[in-house]
Design a binder for this molecule. Sequence first.
Ligand SMILES: Nc1nc2c(ncn2[C@@H]2O[C@H](COP(=O)(O)OP(=O)(O)OP(=O)(O)O)[C@@H](O)[C@H]2O)c(=O)[nH]1
Ligand SMILES: [Mg+2]
Ligand SMILES: [Zn+2]
Length: 351
Amino acid sequence: MINLNMYGWNDKLNQLKQESTYSALAHGRVSVVHRTCYEVVSETGLFQCELTGSMMYGKSEFELPCTGDWVIFQPFDDHKGIIVDMLPRERTLYRKKSGTVADKQAIASYVDKAFIVQSLDDNFNVRRAERFMVQILEENIHAVLVLNKADMGFDRQRVEEQIEHVARQIPVFFTSIYQPETILRLRESIAEGETVVFVGSSGVGKSSLVNAVCEKAVLLTSDISVSTGKGRHTSTRREMVLMDGSGVLIDTPGVREFGLAIDNTDSLAEVLDISDYARSCRFKDCEHTGEPGCAVLEAVNSGALDRKVYDSYLKLRREAWHFSTSEHEKRKRDKSFSKLIEEVKKRKANF
Ligand SMILES: Nc1nc2c(ncn2[C@@H]2O[C@H](COP(=O)(O)OP(=O)(O)OP(=O)(O)O)[C@@H](O)[C@H]2O)c(=O)[nH]1
Ligand SMILES: [Mg+2]
Ligand SMILES: [Zn+2]
């Protein structure tokens, strides 16, 4: 018997399950998704599940279950099942699907914390960290910056200067898989039943950190495959791992670009730590791009606010606006398209 409380199951989720038409069936948490097959951890073990047609009907890809979602399924045969319902999503990390204008992609659901992992070499990039932070905090998920490979030479003072505004908002950890005390600190920051997703570029050490925190090699990393002569291993799926007596870790494949998928830019100023200035602007609806009495621009000009942070704010805001207008138009298009189909159906019926 698996105790699902360790995976984050609680009374609130149980209540939500009771509201489903299928409340009498089994429930579990999606631990891995391979194309159309969903691995679901349940009280009676791991099940390989598929979706019913009605779960897929009329849904966009981002609405289908993702790693971390809680689902209700009908078991059959030996550890196989059919997913018939999904509990309402909470704290889901999305990103803009690369190569699209307005498609969202669900990375993981029911997430408490997201570790933004960067390595302290060429990968370290404050602008990229800000981008992750904006998306994560928008979903009410706690963000943590994990600067990995601290065993390699780096200029700590320079790094700390660059992340000053980030460090005022979220915790920052310097880690190395070769420095056990740094891993211990990271491990201690994860509470029992908590779900943590690891995100960042490829090769920064996400899978290595998951292994180090769990104190066992649960995931393949670059190194392991090098030793077996199979070339560089890079993670290809979002995979859930249970920590001994503690939280749930979700490893994700490295992303080359992390596009914003938010339609509200209200919190942006706060996340980038410029809201104190923004509050002093003469106009309440100041966009901080040249209005008289703009305290944000004043702060940039006086050097109190780093121009790079200000530029980043404008860039992320433009991107979020672009995403939300495109998404809005797309929804309108989809709606008129389904209306058209309905009309054609009606005409056919009357014919
Ligand atoms: N020096 C050093 N190397 C590390 C550290 N952590 C990970 N690495 C190495 O970095 C390489 C990439 O590690 P992975 O854990 O596979 O990276 P990843 O972020 O999971 O990469 P993807 O799965 O492609 O997204 C491996 O060779 C690791 O051994 C660290 O703290 N210090
Ligand atoms: Mg990996
Ligand atoms: Zn202003």
